[in-house]
Design a protein around this ligand. Structure first.
Ligand SMILES: [Zn+2]
Length: 448
């Protein structure tokens, strides 16, 4: 709080400017401090894109059309989805509708939207990113990885079987002005080392999956900044008894040869935990996309009203997924996987390893925007995090990950990327969906 004199001068100044300036006031609202969970009743004044003043409730004069009455509501910073695949510009406004004001796009390079786990090629993402930053287009702040690097030989990624191919992939991605490099799977160790070297040289983070058969700790020691999904290397590292392991391998349809791969990972949990801490690496569990495997009978999810906003090619893909899920005989295996995932997320949280909320939409039927809320619900209801801990993974943590000094808090001089909620999300995580208003760079983009 400012002292009285400074506050008085500020208010006189502000009142004089109200008529001509781009200002917005949210009065008498509950601001949630997401570091502590403390709630304080305040007015806030937004000027242009920034929170100019936070002061005692009912202290800032209100003006018609420039005021939102926040009485009884709760204000949090805008949410981030740290693992998405944007394939169509329609997704951008869907994110904002659900209070997501920043996303990390995890790349690919497809020309036509599909239901897959890949993004549109970087030239489009870059165009949207610039237009959003210049205020010419509505959408969340974008961080993009461009075309991913892979040893799998997928046509939508750069093959990196040799050092020369790694060099080429970097050249192309740098030409495309990407923000970071995404690695996929089956990357040879020599190529992995070259990726780490070039990433350092070009001051780019590299993030992504884990290539078999390397130890997760070795990959983290190379400098991979975030690990995406709970896939086999992580899960098996935390597996202690052989029966549990056997069940996982059945669930994963492992062949006898495949089983050789997993041997180095088994029972490596303490090493994994230590290497995450040592390298200050981040973990994006993407629980929502794993949970989707069990949702073939969930009509509310399948018929979610936002699905009609998605391109037909995406929706058609969902129905073929659902058929495949219904046909999957190994539902018990899926359930075992799911139970192990929830325990892992809890353990990572207890160990204070940085967790990032990421939905992986539109992969496996995810819905841009909405699925991020589901990710938070699953963290609380299935993994046992507190609502505060879950919301931190979508606010404070992403901003700390990107080193953003003016995002992720409701605080003076911070960007006014805000979500006003009708109900307290710390009491019930599902209240993150009770959206009254979404504000991006000081402008109301959604008001219910
Ligand atoms: Zn993904």
């Amino acid at each position: 709080m400012k002292n009285i004199f400074v506050l008085f001068l500020s208010l006189v100044f502000i009142s004089c400017q109200f008529e001509t300036e781009e200002v917005l006031i949210i009065s008498n609202t509950n601001i949630i401090d997401l570091e502590t969970g403390d709630i304080s009743k305040c007015d806030i004044l937004i000027r242009d894109s920034v929170i100019a003043l936070v002061s005692e409730a009912n202290s800032i004069p209100t003006y018609a059309n420039k005021n939102i009455d926040g009485t009884g509501y709760y204000l949090i910073p805008g949410l981030w989805d740290m693992h998405v695949h944007i394939q169509d510009s329609t997704y951008l406004s869907m994110f904002l509708d659900y209070g997501i004001t920043g996303v990390r796009d995890m790349g690919g390079c497809v020309n036509v939207p599909t239901d897959g786990c890949e993004s549109v090629c970087p030239e489009f993402l870059n165009r949207w990113k610039v237009a959003i930053a210049e205020g010419k287009m509505n959408g969340p702040q974008l961080y993009i990885s461009g075309t991913q690097l892979s040893g799998t030989g997928w046509p939508t990624s750069f093959s990196v079987s040799t050092k020369e191919e790694v060099e080429y992939a970097f050249q192309q991605n740098i030409r495309d002005q990407v923000d970071f490099i995404k690695v996929y799977e089956k990357i040879p160790w020599e190529s992995y080392q070259e990726i780490a070297r070039l990433a350092k040289l070009h001051d780019l983070d590299f993030v992504g999956h884990v290539s078999k058969p390397f130890l997760l700790s070795d990959i983290l020691d190379l400098g991979q900044k975030s690990i995406e999904h709970i896939r086999e290397p992580i899960l098996y590292s935390f597996t202690k008894d052989s029966k549990e392991l056997e069940n996982f391998m059945i669930a994963d349809h492992y062949t006898i040869e495949d089983r050789e791969f997993v041997k180095p990972w088994i029972n490596d949990a303490e090493n994994v935990i230590e290497s995450f801490k040592r390298n200050e690496a981040w973990f994006t569990p993407t629980m929502a996309v794993q949970y989707a495997r069990q949702r073939y009978n969930d009509k509310n999810w399948i018929n979610h009203p936002f699905r009609h906003k998605l391109p037909n090619s995406v929706t058609d893909g969902l129905y073929s997924h659902i058929d495949a899920m219904k046909a999957n005989k190994d539902k018990i295996g899926d359930m075992l996987w799911w139970m192990a995932l929830t325990k892992l997320v809890k353990r990572f949280s207890e160990e204070k390893i940085g967790i990032l909320a990421g939905s992986d939409a539109v992969c496996q039927g995810g819905i841009p925007g909405y699925s991020l809320h589901e990710e938070l619900f699953l963290m609380v209801e299935e993994a046992g995090l507190s609502p505060l801990e879950a919301i931190q993974t979508a606010t404070i943590n992403p901003c700390s990950y990107f080193g953003l000094k003016k995002n992720g808090k409701v605080h003076e001089e911070y960007y006014a990327d805000l979500v006003l909620l009708k109900e307290n999300p710390l009491e019930n995580i599902r209240n993150t969906l009770s959206i009254k208003a979404v504000i991006k760079y000081g402008k109301i983009v959604q008001l219910n």
